[in-house]
Write a protein that binds this ligand. Structure first.
Ligand SMILES: CC(C)(COP(=O)(O)OP(=O)(O)OC[C@H]1O[C@@H](n2cnc3c(N)ncnc32)[C@H](O)[C@@H]1OP(=O)(O)O)[C@@H](O)C(=O)NCCC(=O)NCCS
Length: 150
């Protein structure tokens, strides 16, 4: 399996949107609109491929100098629980560190909290609803050396 950064609007990006619709949106009766996709042109799109087959993906969005937000983490159902999500997370944490960030935050689906907890992410704040399902705020300090603790 190989992990790589994908250009917004490319053929691989369209594969990612299709996987994201399948894993994240269709089970909720939803689909990405062109307007939503246009808004993510400045984001960092990461994909896990086995040959030409896309197995999983996620997105990093810059929040501020210190922080990236992880979004759209999804692994094809048949390939879940094989370590692909963990590899994607390790990869994006390195990208975020390389770009000078000290933490990654996210809105985690309640069903995925156990996964992120295993990867060192901590819960904060109260549960909330998004896309009609329960979510939790989570974050991880990825660079303690530069992290502003004040
Ligand atoms: C959540 C998701 C991204 C995890 O990816 P994955 O490739 O299946 O995860 P991994 O195989 O790398 O799992 C890493 C560890 O987390 C555990 N884990 C995976 N999914 C979990 C879950 N939903 N709850 C609790 N633990 C979980 C694994 O058992 C594994 O533990 P181990 O190291 O002790 O064996 C994937 O299951 C998925 O796409 N789910 C549906 C979409 C979704 O909910 N996305 C997250 C939106 S916030």
């Amino acid at each position: 399996m190989g992990l790589r950064q994908i250009d917004h609007g490319s053929k691989e990006y369209r594969q990612m949107v299709s996987l994201r619709n399948k894993v994240l949106r269709e089970p909720l009766g939803l689909k990405f609109s062109q307007e939503e996709l246009d808004k993510e042109k400045d984001d960092i799109h990461i994909a896990a491929f086995e040959d030409d087959e896309l197995l999983g993906c996620c997105i990093l969005s810059r929040v501020d100098k210190q922080t990236f937000r992880l979004r759209q983490m999804a692994v094809l159902e048949n390939n879940q629980h094989k370590g692909i999500g963990a590899s994607l997370l390790n990869y994006v944490e390195n990208i975020a560190r390389d770009r000078g960030a000290t933490k990654i935050m996210m809105h985690s689906r309640a069903t995925a909290v156990g996964f992120y907890s295993k990867m060192g992410y901590k819960l904060y704040g109260e549960p909330f609803m998004e896309l009609g399902i329960p979510h939790r705020f989570m974050q991880k300090v990825i660079n303690t050396f530069n992290h502003d603790l004040s």
